[in-house]
Design a protein around this ligand. Structure first.
Ligand SMILES: [Zn+2]
Length: 150
């Protein structure tokens, strides 16, 4: 298994933990030099906060706690492709790379509402961000959680 796949499995585990804690199935982590520096799970329900997406929380944390060079060297692994709110925060934070499991198109195919179907890469490009985006990775494993939940 590649390093990317291993970290994507960690993100999927965090999504599973979010469900166990009463939230929707989304989880993410930040990795610098193959070391996990921060993890987050979705807490929109338990915090009653629409902005409590894991990617948004991690981008805010990185912007305040990491140096610019560390943010450029940082990869965000996330169980689902970041939504436009989170993709914007990723641009503002200047993160170097995003790797996701489930694409926004695959998520939208499962759900009738609640998905803003704009690819992460499009938001980053239009925001003149330099973040590279890769995915889907191990999408069947990521999708299994969504299928069980939605
Ligand atoms: Zn989001």
């Amino acid at each position: 298994m590649s390093t990317d796949e291993s970290f994507i499995r960690d993100a999927i585990d965090l999504a599973r933990a979010a469900v166990d804690n009463g939230n929707t199935p989304f989880g993410s982590l930040l990795v610098v030099d193959d070391a996990v520096v921060r993890t987050a799970e979705n807490t929109t329900r338990s915090d009653d906060d629409i902005a409590a997406h894991p990617e948004f929380k991690l981008a805010r944390w990185a912007a305040s706690e990491l140096e610019a060079g560390e943010r450029e060297a940082c990869t965000m692994y996330t169980s689902t492709e970041p939504c436009p709110m989170c993709a914007s925060a990723i641009v503002y934070a200047g993160l170097g790379r995003v790797v996701y499991s489930v694409s926004v198109d695959s998520l939208a195919a499962l759900r009738d509402d609640g998905v803003i179907e704009i690819p992460c890469e499009e938001v980053i490009e239009r925001g003149n961000g330099s973040t590279t985006v890769e995915g889907p990775v191990l999408e069947d494993e990521g999708l299994a959680i969504h299928k069980a939940f939605f």
